[in-house]
Design a protein around this ligand. Sequence first.
Ligand code: 13P
Length: 339
Amino acid sequence: MNIVELKSVANAIVAKQKGVLAADESNPTIKKRFDSIQVESTEENRRRYREILFTADGIEQYVGGVILFDETLRQSTREGVPFPTLLSSRGIIPGIKVDQGAKALALCPGDKVTEGLDGLRERLAEFRQLGAQFAKWRAVIEIDERDIPSQFGIRANAHALARYAALCQEAGLVPIVEPEVLMDGAHGIERCEVVTAQVLEAVFAELDAHRVQFEGMLLKPNMVIAGKKCARQAGVQEVAEATLRCLRRYVPAAVPGIVFLSGGQSAEDATDHLNAMNAMGTQPWQVSFSYGRALQAPVLAAWRGQESNAATAQQALLRRCELNGLARDGKYDRAMDHG
Ligand code: 13P
């Protein structure tokens, strides 16, 4: 492990104004996104869609890294330039999703655990050779009214995240550690804060036990937010305050950056929340984004699978990136989305 190199990659991903474009939807997930715009999920349509994203003019000012799916890491532009090469040539760092999805945790009804550790050392070596410089692993923590997640469910996920992160650093890849507490459900923001705190505490204890160097990783957490079905939805400032309070208690200052997931928030809400946090002043770490849906929803809506819409789709992506770039400085205003 070369910690100097890992640190410099992690810092470059969250450089001023910059964040991450999460474009690592697995084939079942991208199919769902394409279904919503009546586009067939063929290998060529997936390639072309990602090409539209990665060749959008100007996004390199706001996008420090892109997370790719295995298939995408091996695809190329129409001219035959491999996507990782294209991204690197634009100053955007290519990354790779390496987990293999969340499955039911045996004997723990309701809890899930993410799979993908077997053979991971060999896969990481190949991904690095294909040009990836960082990786992502997502743990999924569901909240229900009573006792889900269980303490053991949290521990099992934290342990897997730490084993993944250690393997990444051994292989010279920056691990993005993503423990996602889902916003599905009817729980209030208070319960989300309690569970997020338990999860972060467990994750950093395991990372430390596994000798992961905090300086050479990034954390991708959920924001502290009410469940979608909760009658009382917290305001923007309340979300920002609860999220920073929770993170400041449990995330070591040695971590270079926090890159939030959007998790089903609207594009505007995700930008607004990020903005409110950055408007609260300097934090121990960079406070940035690693959005999937919140960056891509406007792009999919503009594209609709039509070649004639490609340029408009790219403008929609650039606009969303630019607004999140402003939110990195606390300079976004919701009115900008309605101008
Ligand atoms: P969302 O921003 O759509 O939640 O996606 C981010 C991601 O990479 C989830 O693993």
